[in-house]
Design a protein around this ligand. Structure first.
Ligand code: KIV
Length: 284
């Protein structure tokens, strides 16, 4: 488990030594503290926060200001892991200058160590290169890229035909060549990712991608907080959502039965204190 501040160099050393990298998402102080206390190597303030904590229907709905608010809360909690923030939809599309300005805001306002950008179109690669040249480390993201899910035919696995698998491989190599220090590959068959990794020098952090240098999951998915069906690549390690509902139900039941608050939950006062208030009230 990591105990001193994780740096880019440390990530490289871990990957070179064959030590799997652990990345988990966080969106607020509480989930940031959980990631810190659990010893994650990297924490991602993902734009999945749009759905997971803000209740939007998709990741494209979250604004830059909303992402910055989440990132600042996570930063207050995260001391040891390497902190990466997603560049949200609409915050980089106009120009390389816009992408640099957005990334600088994440560094200045949220103290982020790196940013993550989805995709590998010529424009995306140009943004990636520009941000790296501005001195901010960038994590790439290929395969299923939720910000452009509509163009990819929905939230579905990528690289399942020969042509599409080669397209994902091209994207990963292009993102590496543009200067990414690591690449998230999402929802791509394990055998395809294994071939792509043979050609990559930078670590792959997989999500639905089989074996890789690291793995990432959405914290609320792995803890069993999110409701409904999860993608096939999610493993639930706890049933925290059920525990939360059960806790609030028990509170509601105690309140309705007047068994809460109990004697141990109230402030004591000497008899004369209550008597003084009684006299005051009665005299009105
Ligand atoms: O936004 C997010 O949570 C992500 C991970 C799924 C990698 O990009």
């Amino acid at each position: 488990m990591t105990t001193s501040k994780v740096t880019l160099r440390r990530l490289r050393e871990l990957a070179d030594a064959g030590t799997p990298l652990v990345m988990v998402t966080a969106y607020d102080f509480v989930s940031g503290r959980v990631a810190e206390r659990a010893g994650a190597d990297l924490v991602l303030v993902g734009d999945s926060g749009a759905q997971v904590v803000l209740g939007y229907p998709d990741t494209t709905s979250i604004t830059l200001d909303e992402m910055l608010t989440l990132a600042k809360a996570v930063r207050r909690a995260v001391r040891t892991p390497f902190l990466v923030c997603d560049l949200p939809f609409g915050s980089t599309e106009l120009s390389d200058e816009q992408a640099i300005a957005t990334s600088v805001r994440f560094v200045h306002e949220a103290g982020t160590d790196a940013v993550k950008i989805e995709g590998a179109t010529p424009a995306r690669l140009s943004r990636l290169r520009a941000i790296v040249e501005a001195g901010i480390p960038v994590m790439g993201h290929v395969g299923l890229t939720p910000q452009t899910a509509t163009a990819l035919g929905g939230l579905r696995a990528q690289g399942r035909t020969a042509d599409d698998a080669v397209r994902v491989a091209r994207h990963a190599l292009a993102v590496q060549d543009a200067g990414a220090f690591a690449i998230v590959i999402e929802a791509v068959p394990a055998a395809v990712v294994a071939e792509i990794r043979r050609a990559l020098r930078v670590p792959v952090i997989g999500i639905g991608a089989g074996d890789a240098e690291g793995q990432v999951l959405v914290q609320h998915d792995l803890l069993g907080i999110t409701e409904g069906r999860s993608p096939v690549f999610v493993k639930r390690y706890a049933a925290v959502g059920e525990a939360m509902v059960a806790g609030v139900e028990a509170f509601a039941s105690d309140v309705r039965a007047r068994t809460f608050p109990g004697r141990e939950h109230v402030y004591p006062a000497a008899d004369e204190v209550a008597a003084a208030v009684r006299s005051f009230i009665d005299a009105r």
